[in-house]
Ligand binder design. Structure first.
Ligand SMILES: CC(C)(COP(=O)(O)OP(=O)(O)OC[C@H]1O[C@@H](n2cnc3c(N)ncnc32)[C@H](O)[C@@H]1OP(=O)(O)O)[C@@H](O)C(=O)NCCC(=O)NCCS
Length: 478
């Protein structure tokens, strides 16, 4: 039997504090490493001579699209690495600003670089003109991811088109009373957003490295996007709640400001830390659908704002980032831990997928779920409703893993526990996927910039399985 001191000690470790959260992440790391060995997959971690031979399944499963130094997912062992750093260590010790810098620049910043970058992101979170433009759209009735894409586009307008070129009159571009659309002239760098990567200078199109871009338009656009998408996402939350958008606070870091701008409440150190962790662990994940979508768009030498818009669109689907919203709806439908077994059996009998489970790459426990699961346990401890939601999630996980873990290697993914964490921080359900986007922008930008160093337009083939030799018959004869 536990004595009083043991119980008090146990109670202390169950208190949600910044220190306990760090310990919990380091414990999750130990558990993960105890369950898997530590060899990377040679076929996925060495350089190759192109063209490369690989076996491609439906949905491009197994296809190698490019080489990258940004991040590595080892699906059979449950690893996630950003630029050589383990996700558990980054979540335990880093901040979202530092992780974004790492992804973009390939190395951790010095203290002064980090301070400068943090300040720069905070300044770039001020996007009053974009916020004002957004208010002229029916944001409150739009799907938040659709609104996020719109807001990102409006930000692009401001950054790349009208406001950046102060000498450019709107009327010069296209007035509504023009009776003809003027001929397009050859796009010229800053003046034309469509060719933002193509400024006429070869080194701009093929920069030697992301570092070589510091101070240039392209990296500036990445900084604008990382900061601005957070403000746009927060504006959507505020507008939907019938409140006016907020500006960032000078004393808060990125995660704290984002949370403040969404909820309107100054976050506690614990809330800021948890948001940092959530943003860090969603920041990059190999060639996932939204990253690939961004890269495909950028590979046409379109611009980075449009590329990120494509990423937002791809992320919104329920098979990708949209799953975090579906998970909490599903847990509400199950209602109680005691219903999890029957619900699971009915759902599998109906051959329906269970949201928040399974992954194209992970065939082991997702390291991000290893972090978010215990955090949600800690955060829901003192809230009866959330505690029940968490208990329902745990009961469902037990059912799914015992049945599908062994047979199909299906385990919880990042989206299974994230919604519970966001909910505990006062973020409304419909905004969960926008939180994912706020973070993933860092990975999208880093991968787009890296790919453009040796850009080649993405252009796969489809196997034609249609007919030949059809004779054209005019409509009135069909
Ligand atoms: C993530 C996901 C889209 C990956 O899809 P995929 O790589 O194409 O995997 P498949 O759909 O081919 O699944 C392989 C097998 O596992 C099963 N499976 C995969 N995910 C499942 C889930 N969530 N629930 C139940 N069964 C699942 C499939 O039915 C299939 O079984 P079969 O071989 O008997 O037909 C898929 O696991 C899924 O839809 N998960 C739910 C949505 C989700 O949580 N998305 C967020 C991902 S981070």
């Amino acid at each position: 039997m536990k004595n009083k001191t043991d119980k008090a000690e146990e109670q202390k470790t169950r208190e949600p504090t910044v220190e306990n959260i760090r310990d919990l992440i380091l414990d999750a790391k130990k558990k993960a490493y105890a369950e898997t060995d530590s060899e990377p997959e040679p076929e996925l971690t060495s350089t190759v001579e192109w063209p490369v031979t690989c076996t491609v399944g439906p949905g491009l499963e197994g296809a190698i699209a490019c080489e990258s130094k940004i991040g590595y997912v080892n699906g059979s062992k449950g690893w996630l690495i950003y630029r050589g750093y383990d996700i558990f260590d980054l979540c335990a010790y880093s901040t979202f600003e530092e992780t974004s810098y790492l992804l973009l620049h390939g190395r951790l910043p010095s203290q002064s670089e980090l301070t400068e970058f943090t300040t720069s992101l905070r300044e770039r979170m001020f996007i009053p003109q974009t916020q004002r433009l957004m208010l002229s759209f029916p944001i409150e009735t739009m799907n938040p991811m659709s609104a996020l894409r719109l807001g990102t586009n409006l930000m692009r307008q401001k950054q790349t088109y009208r406001d950046r070129d102060s000498d450019t009159e709107v009327g010069e571009i296209l007035a509504t009373d023009d009776d003809t659309i003027p001929m397009e002239t050859r796009p010229a760098g800053k003046k034309n957003p469509v060719f933002e990567f193509l400024t006429g200078l070869f080194k701009r199109v093929h920069p030697a490295s992301a570092d070589a871009l510091v101070g240039s338009d392209e990296i500036e656009s990445c900084y604008n996007l990382i900061a601005g998408v957070a403000s746009v996402a927060a504006t959507i939350g505020r507008t939907r709640a019938g409140r006016i958008p907020l500006e960032p606070l000078p004393e808060c870091g990125f995660a704290g400001n984002y949370l403040y701008m969404v909820t309107g409440k100054r976050p506690t150190a614990l809330e800021e830390r948890i948001m940092d962790i959530s943003l860090i662990l969603h920041a990059d994940h190999g060639m996932n659908a939204s990253t690939f979508a961004s890269m495909v768009v950028a590979s046409t030498l379109s611009d980075i704002y449009l590329a990120i818009g494509a990423g937002i669109s791809a992320l919104s689907g329920p098979l990708h980032g949209g799953a975090n919203v579906e998970v909490v709806k599903m847990l509400a439908e199950i209602g109680d831990p005691s219903n999890a077994g029957n619900w699971f059996r009915d759902t599998t009998a109906a051959k329906k997928k269970i949201m928040g489970f399974g992954h194209r790459v992970y065939k082991a426990y997702d390291p991000r779920a290893r972090i978010l699961g215990p955090i949600s346990a800690l955060l829901t401890e003192n809230d009866a409703t959330l505690k029940k939601t968490y208990a329902t999630a745990v009961a469902l996980e037990a059912e799914v893993v015992s049945e599908l873990g062994a047979t199909k290697k299906i385990f919880p993914n990042v989206d299974f526990y994230s919604g519970i964490v966001y909910s505990a921080m006062g973020i409304p359900r419909e905004l969960y996927t926008t939180v994912f986007a706020v973070s993933r922008v860092a990975g999208w930008c880093a991968r787009v910039v890296e790919y453009l160093e040796n850009n080649r337009i993405f252009r796969p083939r489809a196997l034609y399985t249609g007919t030949f030799d059809e004779k054209y018959i005019p409509p009135n004869e069909r």
